[in-house]
Design a protein around this ligand. Structure first.
Ligand code: SAM
Length: 240
């Protein structure tokens, strides 16, 4: 269960909200049972439940440790906005696999239009999906879902990462040549195009901005498959 700093006392944790229902009615836990709580920074707590009230669960912290569910390497997945609920799937599976954050964007060939209130609502949905997936796979932190970015906005973010990998369906360097598996705390940004792919102008602009153009093998993958294949390959190369 994810908790915020306000819910953590010196030796106790107080859980409120929807998680109370989950602990009592879904997991059917009772005093004496243990739960694991994460504070969202990669720290986790082994907690023994002491009391279950209708609106809160109070437990004693028995152990504090670094969460095993967090990879040392940081991969931010930047997928183009996709049709239907395909991006929901990328966010859910990407969280399970170990992405540190998501930076969705629109580009020349993006088909779906999403702005104003709709974009805010969609981001809320994505944040919920990511939180549930993080809990399910025992992550130590909830990946951040950044607001939907324009293509230009995305290019301006490149400087915040050690390595930007632009997955281009027309081919590029093999992934193995651009990874640095010995640098444990390296920050990668991986950029993946929409159903219609990237234009040549976009590939050139990304390269001019410092991205490495990479190929993901000899087959053209669906956009959502490409995101997860690229993420998994990086984590695997880093031993995560
Ligand atoms: N419609 C395009 C075509 O037929 O060439 C395919 C676009 S693909 C479905 C969507 C995105 O997935 C691409 O823009 C790219 O980022 C990524 N992708 C898919 N297969 C790839 C590959 N073999 N190498 C690198 N990137 C790939």
């Amino acid at each position: 269960y994810f908790v915020n700093q306000k819910q953590i006392e010196t030796s106790h944790i107080v859980i409120t909200g929807d998680d109370v229902h989950h602990i009592k009615n879904v997991m059917r836990l009772v005093p004496g049972d243990h739960i694991i709580c994460c504070d969202g920074t990669g720290q986790e707590y082994l907690v023994r439940i002491e009391a279950l009230d209708p609106e809160k669960v109070r437990g004693q912290i028995e152990e504090t440790r670094r969460s095993k569910g967090e990879p040392a390497v940081s991969v931010t997945v930047s997928p183009a906005l996709l049709k239907g609920d395909k991006l929901d799937w990328v966010l859910q599976k990407g969280t399970e696999l170990g992405a540190v954050s998501f930076l969705p964007f629109t580009s020349q060939r993006t088909i779906v239009k999403l702005d104003g209130k709709k974009a805010v609502k969609r981001r809320e949905r994505w944040q919920k999906i990511v939180k549930e997936a993080a809990e399910q796979s025992r992550r130590g932190r909830i990946p951040e879902v950044h607001p939907l970015s324009s293509w230009e906005g995305l290019l301006s973010q490149f400087t915040h990462y050690d390595r930007v990998l632009f997955a281009y369906e027309k081919g590029g360097q093999p992934l193995t040549q651009v990874l640095e598996p010995r640098r444990r705390d390296i920050r990668y940004l991986i950029v993946l195009g929409p159903e219609g792919g990237f234009s040549e102008t976009e590939a050139e602009a990304a390269q001019a901005q410092g991205a490495r153009i990479v190929g993901l093998g000899s087959r053209i993958l669906r956009a959502e498959t490409a995101s997860l294949a690229c993420l998994t390959s990086i984590l695997f190369a880093h031993g995560e």
